[in-house]
Ligand binder design. Sequence first.
Ligand code: GLP
Length: 245
Amino acid sequence: MRIIATMDYKEMSGKAAAIIADLIKSKPDCVLGLATGSSPEGTYKDLVQRYQAGELDFSAVRSVNLDEYVGLAPDHDQSYAYFMHHHLFDHVNINVENTHLPDGLNLDAAAETARYDAVVRGMNGVDLQLLGLGPNGHIGFNEPDDCFSYGTRCVDLTETTIQANSRFFASADDVPRQAYSMGIYDIMMSKHILLVVSGKNKAQAVKDCFFGPIKPLAPGSILQLHPNCTVVADADALSLVSHLL
Ligand code: GLP
């Protein structure tokens, strides 16, 4: 695991975007695994600026997203489909037919998770998986558990996650209770993992996941075993481990 220490959110976003931009330039038909949340927003903003400056061409890029809330339509402003359009897809020349997310409106969990597994595995390998880190150490929506997950599944969100994500909704009651999430096995199969993490509220999760024992109660800790994982973190996120770097 390579940890890149940055000063703040802006520098973190710029470094992460540079890594993704290099991949798109060297492999124009790359498969990107994409994430949502406030952590990668700046990374997408930087990528859009690079596209507008003529540096990047997304026309052959394909993408698979990590997760989606169960029950939210793609045009709901808190759905992850909406997020991706708002922050990236609508601003670059990606072919939307080459972009994929779980379908939050398919309430048949068995059918939807099987469909999405087939989509992800049909890509024949994700070149780079972008990740954030939940305050409880979750990756995607793989919550702390007694085992590491395998394929796409329907997850019951923990109270911590519902509270953490309620800042985007009118109230905690409006946060969906379930989500479809790519499993940890599929995340680990990605050729390169790029995790962005920022802020003091993530410092404990950074310490537990990247400087503690590998255990499913700290889902992100499995990334220590990935052969090509880059963590780009800001000073606040590293505040509990700076003496170890
Ligand atoms: C959400 C998403 C995760 C994300 C995490 C952290 O629950 N499912 O993919 O990494 O929360 O979000 P944020 O970056 O907004 O702190």
